[in-house]
Design a protein around this ligand. Structure first.
Ligand SMILES: *Cc1c(COP(=O)(O)O)cnc(C)c1O
Length: 433
C-alpha cells in the first residue's frame, strides 16, 4: 500500500467521513494524529498536544503503553477472536472474575458486550425481562435524571436528557420515559428533602410501571458535568428498594478511579442491581463493555418465559479487548491509583482556580481527576478548537462546559501546563484578553 499524504487524508475526511455529532455539509476540520505516546498526541504537522480528554474518559495509563501493547500482541499470537456462543476463553474468565471481585458485593453475573450504549441496552433489557418473569409486565418504563447521558442507541437515548438529546426529533420512535430534575445538591452538600422531592414524587406515583431507575452515580458526565451529593444516591437506593424498582448504575465514564473511588457508587456505599461499565474498561485500547447484575436479577430472568437472557453480540468478549482490560486493571491496582488521583485532583484545583471570578465563568468544579470550567455562554467550536491546538493542548468543550479529565499518568508539570494553557485560551477567545 502506498502511504497517503496528509492532504489525501484531509480530503477524504472532509468528503466522506462522518464524525461524531457533525455536519457533512459544513464539516469542521479534523486534526490528523500520526502517533500518541503517554499523555501526548502527535499531529501530522509535527506538533504535539497534551491530551486533556483521555479520548473521552477512556485512557487511564496513557497512549502506547508498553505493557498494554505487549498484552495485545501476546493474545494476537494466540487468537484474535472466537464466537462466544458455546465457546469460552481465559481472557474472558480472568476479566469476569476480576470484575466480580472488585465491584460491590451483590454483583455476581457479567454480560460482556462491545460498547457502552450496548451495555445500557443490555441493562434495560435485563430490567424488562426481570419484571416479565415476575408476572409484572406493566413495569417496563424507566426513570432517569435530567442532564443524564447513557449513549446513542434508541433505548439508551430514551433515558438521556430529553432536551440536549433532542428527543422531539425522534418522538415517534423513542420510548417515553420519566425524568426527574437533576440533583441540585452539590457533591459536598447534604441532600435535603427538597433536593430529592421531584425524584420521590415520580417514583411514588409511577412505581407500578417502572422497571428501573437508571443514572450516572455522583458524576453526570457528557450531559452536564455535574457532581452531586452521595446522600442523594443513597436516598435513591432506598426509594428504589421501598418501591420495588431496580437500580441501574451507569459507570461507563466514572469507573476505575476517575472520581477518587474505584467505582463512584462507593461514595454512597451502595450497590446497584445492575452496573454498566465501558469506556474506562480497557484503558482506552479497544472497545469493550460489561453489564453486571445480581443473582436475584439473573435467577429471575432465567426462570421467566424465555428461560434465557435475550441478547448476544457477535463480538461479545473479544479476547484482545478482554486481555487489554485485564492488563489495564492490573496496572491500575498495582499503581497506587488513589495517590495518582489525589495528586491530579490537587493539580486541577490549583490549576483551574484562576478561572474563578472571571466575568465569563459561571462555575469551576473539580472531583477526582475531572476538572470543569462552566461558562455563561456556549463556546464557538470553530474558533476555540484551533486556539487550543495552537496552545499545545487537546480540549473539546461541549456547549458551556470546558472540561478536562487527563490520563492518570500526566505529570504535575504537564497538568499545570494543560490548565494554564486552557485558561489562557478562554481568556483570549472569550474574555477578550
Ligand atoms: C459514553 C457513555 C455511554 C455510551 O458509551 P459508548 O461506548 O459511546 O456507546 C453511556 N453512558 C455513559 C455515562 C457514557 O459516558
Amino acid at each position: 500500500m502506498t502511504p497517503m499524504t496528509p492532504a489525501d487524508i484531509a480530503r477524504i475526511d472532509r468528503e466522506h467521513i462522518w464524525h461524531p455529532y457533525s455536519s457533512m455539509t459544513a464539516p469542521l476540520p479534523s486534526y490528523q494524529i500520526t502517533h500518541a505516546e503517554g499523555v501526548h498526541l502527535q499531529l501530522a504537522d509535527g506538533r504535539t498536544l497534551i491530551d486533556g480528554m483521555s479520548s473521552w474518559w477512556s485512557v487511564l495509563h496513557g497512549y502506547n503503553h508498553p505493557t498494554l501493547n505487549q498484552a495485545v500482541r501476546d493474545q494476537l499470537d494466540r487468537f484474535a477472536h472466537v464466537m462466544f456462543g458455546g465457546l469460552t476463553h481465559e481472557p474472558a474468565a480472568r476479566l469476569v472474575q476480576t470484575l466480580v471481585d472488585i465491584t460491590p458485593e451483590p454483583l455476581k453475573k457479567v454480560f460482556l458486550s462491545d460498547s457502552g450504549s450496548v451495555s445500557v441496552e443490555v441493562a434495560m433489557k435485563m430490567a424488562v425481562q426481570y419484571w416479565q418473569a415476575k408476572q409484572k409486565p406493566a413495569k417496563h418504563r424507566f426513570l432517569s435524571l435530567r442532564n443524564g447521558y447513557h449513549g446513542d442507541t434508541f433505548g439508551a437515548m430514551s433515558v438521556c436528557d430529553p432536551v440536549t438529546g433532542m428527543h422531539h426529533l425522534f418522538n415517534q420512535v423513542l420510548m417515553q420515559q420519566l425524568f426527574a430534575e437533576a440533583p441540585t445538591c452539590r457533591f459536598d452538600e447534604p441532600c435535603r428533602p427538597e433536593h430529592i422531592a421531584d425524584f420521590r414524587k415520580l417514583i411514588e406515583n409511577h412505581a407500578g410501571e417502572l422497571a428501573a431507575v437508571i443514572l450516572e452515580p455522583i458524576v453526570q458526565g457528557t450531559g452536564g458535568m455535574r457532581f452531586y451529593s452521595p446522600q442523594y444516591l443513597r436516598q435513591v437506593r432506598a426509594l428504589c428498594d421501598q418501591h420495588d424498582v431496580l437500580l441501574i448504575a451507569d459507570e461507563i465514564a466514572t469507573a476505575f478511579g476517575r472520581t477518587g473511588k474505584l467505582f463512584a457508587c462507593e461514595w454512597a456505599g451502595i450497590a446497584p442491581d445492575i452496573l454498566c461499565l465501558g469506556k474506562t474498561l480497557t484503558g482506552g485500547y479497544l472497545t469493550l463493555a460489561a453489564t453486571l447484575c445480581t443473582e436475584d436479577v439473573s435467577d429471575t430472568i432465567c426462570r421467566g418465559e424465555a428461560g434465557v437472557f435475550m441478547h448476544g453480540p457477535t463480538f461479545m468478549a473479544n479476547p484482545l479487548a478482554c486481555t487489554v482490560a485485564n492488563t489495564s486493571i492490573e496496572l491500575l491496582i498495582s499503581n497506587d491509583w488513589q495517590s495518582q488521583i489525589g495528586r491530579i485532583e490537587a493539580g486541577l484545583r490549583a490549576g483551574l482556580a484562576p478561572a474563578r471570578g472571571k466575568p465569563y465563568v459561571a462555575d469551576v468544579r473539580v472531583l477526582g481527576a475531572i476538572g470543569v470550567v462552566e461558562l455563561n455562554a456556549p463556546v464557538d467550536m470553530a474558533t476555540i478548537t484551533p486556539a487550543f491546538v495552537a496552545a499545545g493542548i487537546w480540549v473539546r468543550p461541549f456547549g458551556k462546559l470546558v472540561y478536562i479529565m487527563p490520563p492518570y499518568i500526566i505529570s504535575d508539570a504537564e497538568l499545570a501546563t494543560l490548565c494554564s494553557a486552557m485558561l489562557g485560551v478562554l481568556d483570549q477567545c472569550i474574555g477578550g484578553g
